[in-house]
Design a protein around this ligand. Structure first.
Ligand code: DLL
Length: 440
């Protein structure tokens, strides 16, 4: 599906800035951010004082290492407004991430933060070849989640026509594809698959729709999943990354070279650290992504530990952008399962499932502890044809998948093939793992 789209820039000057100029801009913005945070947010002042650093100590980008990290719990402890650096009268928008445990994470935006957000999403969309001539079907959830309104405003900034459909009512979504003729689809990759399935069930074919670009993100997904979505929806898929803490979507996105996601590094300064020791890693090594906001006014974030595991490639991309690229995420360090001492990422399991033609990429991973031993069970749906066959055929496929999984993971996982359409579909982020071990 590669390169059906053109290489476009939303802000060529910023996106192709030479390295020396970029460093100058980053340092200037970092110094301003650190000063603003120190002067206006008691949490940051305390954290800096405890480490014995002052904003004036940041004389080069290297000095970033001297600053304290910020972690998710700091955000929770200061819920909802205590990390804001401006009075509420300057905040024009609030968002929040759902969060599976505890209180949500709150994002706040001044009018200028909204401008920056639209700018970085417009860059992400243009990098995928989206223009004012496109019709954007936005099936990310609208509301507190940053996906819906983020892409909505970014698409409007580009001048595209936005269909603000949000998630859910999948048949109606497919009907709108036929009637409104959208060319761009925005949603989570797992929901894109649900829509593909719905379309097939409705007997709607690729000739009945005209999607050409998909902007998918908000959850981990594999390259195999990308190929599956691309062929079933007839579009070119572009990975989109972001988090509420930093701004929402727009932190980084793929261009038509599909060489990792370009981080908008004049607005977000990336670092990689060893998740165990906190030591800074060189670009190229695999580690936890740490991000510092460079222009945010309402809610500056300094050295935020994302828990997302990736590598960074600083080499210029053939597309001409000089922004550094982060590779597809292996997953979050807190999604990583440790099963009998072995690290297992759900994405590894997804990769194996997508290689099996008898299986549908709808799965759930159940982890239990029986007699002090971790057991992992992968429940995955059969395609209709397999389920209609006799049990011995299902057992044969089960055995084969189990072997492939064991080879990939290095541990034994039990595979259970379940009936078609029996696993709950998600309209947003899919919940793949059910951990029943009650680990604290
Ligand atoms: O998911 C923002 C977003 C909306 C990004 C739409 C892309 C598209 P949160 O709900 O705060 O924000 O979740 C952020 O989701 O730390 C990652 O673990 C994960 N994540 C986001 N994008 C990707 C991606 C939005 N492309 C958390 N691949 C992040 C893998 C992703 N994981």
């Amino acid at each position: 599906m590669a390169n059906k789209t053109k290489n476009l820039f939303w802000n060529r000057e910023a996106e192709t800035m030479p390295a020396s100029e970029k460093k100058r801009v980053q340092l200037e913005r970092l110094q301003a951010t650190v000063k603003r945070a120190y002067e206006n947010v008691p949490f940051y002042r305390r954290a800096f004082d405890e480490k014995g650093v002052k904003p004036e100590d940041v004389k080069s980008l290297e000095d970033l290492k001297r600053l304290p990290f910020t972690v998710k719990n700091d955000l929770r402890d200061n819920y909802p407004y205590k990390l804001f650096a401006v009075p509420m009268s300057r905040v024009v928008r609030l968002h929040a991430s759902s969060g599976t445990t505890g209180k949500p994470i709150v994002g706040a935006y001044t009018r200028n933060d909204m401008e920056v957000w639209m700018e970085v999403i417009a860059r992400s969309m243009a990098a995928a070849g989206v223009t004012e001539d496109d019709i954007v079907h936005n099936a990310y959830g609208y509301g507190l989640f940053t996906g819906g309104l983020g892409f909505h405003y970014g698409a409007e900034k580009i001048g595209a026509s936005v269909v603000p459909v949000s998630g859910g009512l999948s048949k109606r979504q497919v009907m709108l594809w036929q009637d409104f003729r959208p060319t761009v689809l925005c949603c989570t990759p797992s929901y894109a698959l649900v829509l593909a399935e719905t379309m097939e069930e409705m007997g709607v074919g690729l000739n009945d729709i005209c999607l050409r670009v998909g902007l998918f993100g908000a959850e981990p997904w594999t390259d195999q999943m990308r190929r599956e979505i691309e062929s079933r929806l007839g579009l070119e898929a572009f990975n989109q990354f972001g988090l509420t803490e930093l701004i929402g979507p727009g932190v980084s996105a793929e261009c038509i070279c599909h060489n990792g996601m370009h981080i908008q590094d004049d607005h977000f300064l990336p670092e990689l650290i060893d998740p165990e020791t906190g030591e800074t890693l060189e670009y190229g090594q695999k580690g936890e992504l740490v991000l510092t906001s460079l222009t945010k006014e309402a809610f500056p974030v300094i050295r935020y530990r994302t828990k997302d595991i990736t590598t960074i490639d600083p080499e210029p991309c053939p597309c001409g952008r000089t922004t550094v690229r982060m590779m597809r995420l292996a997953g979050r360090s807190d999604d990583m399962l440790i099963i009998r001492g072995v690290n297992v990422f759900p994405s590894q399991i997804e990769g194996v499932i997508l290689e099996q033609k008898e299986l549908v990429p709808q799965y759930q991973i159940v982890v239990e502890r029986q007699r002090n031993l971790d057991q992992i069970e992968v429940q995955v749906e059969a395609v209709d044809e397999l389920y209609q066959k006799d049990e011995s055929e299902i057992l044969r496929v089960t055995g084969r998948v189990q072997k492939a999984l064991n080879q990939t993971l290095g541990i034994t996982a039990r595979v259970v093939i379940v009936p078609p359409r029996s696993i709950a579909r998600s309209e947003g982020k899919a919940r793949r793992v059910i951990d029943r071990r009650n680990l604290t």
